[in-house]
Design a protein around this ligand. Structure first.
Ligand code: ZN
Length: 179
């Protein structure tokens, strides 16, 4: 859960930077197993009155949760633009009935998913660089830390080669005696 919060913070900071926002909206992480078992259960929603995102986290892949948060973040942007003002219809099927809400929903799906994707790719890239740097550092500082298969084999031979040879000699003696 802490890891999820850290990832969510990181992603929201990225989203804020992209849209020149100073502060990300607050996120409530809801655990609700009964809701998770219901196919038509809730995944996330944005409250334009409190500017808060609520996301349901039970039994979901972290990427799915973060994608939901990115989607709701777009609704937050829409709220800051005043797009929730004078919203006529806000029933559960608003995405089908109200054309303004339908367009807002389209924007949230498209931009939310793309923001999530861009952030994720950036994270992968950063992790790759970090890993490469760590490998380089350990190669420079201590070439014993990361070994090629040949080096591993040498190490093994050094450690066990002698012992194996003795064991082999002993067994050979026993076997040849019996013959
Ligand atoms: Zn939405």
């Amino acid at each position: 859960m802490q890891n999820l919060k850290n990832l969510s913070d990181d992603m929201l900071n990225y989203c804020c930077q992209k849209h020149s926002l100073d502060n990300p909206p607050a996120v409530n992480f809801e655990e609700d197993e009964a809701n998770a078992r219901n196919f038509l259960g809730k995944t996330a929603f944005y409250d334009p009155n409190t500017s808060q995102i609520t996301v349901y986290v039970s039994s979901r892949h972290p990427k799915d949760i973060l994608r939901s948060i990115a989607h709701e973040f777009v609704h937050h942007l829409q709220n800051l633009r005043g797009e929730f003002r004078d919203v006529g219809y806000f029933g559960s099927d608003y995405a089908q009935k109200d054309s303004h809400m339908r367009n807002m929903e389209k924007e949230a799906y498209l931009n939310g998913n793309m923001m999530f994707r861009d952030w994720e790719d950036g994270l992968k890239h950063a992790t790759k660089i970090k890993l490469n740097e760590e490998i380089k550092m350990s190669n420079n500082n201590n070439d014993k830390k990361i070994n090629t298969p040949e080096k591993e084999n040498d190490l093994y031979e050094k450690r066990f080669g002698d012992r194996n040879q003795k064991l082999f000699d002993k067994l050979k003696k026993t076997w040849t005696k019996k013959k």
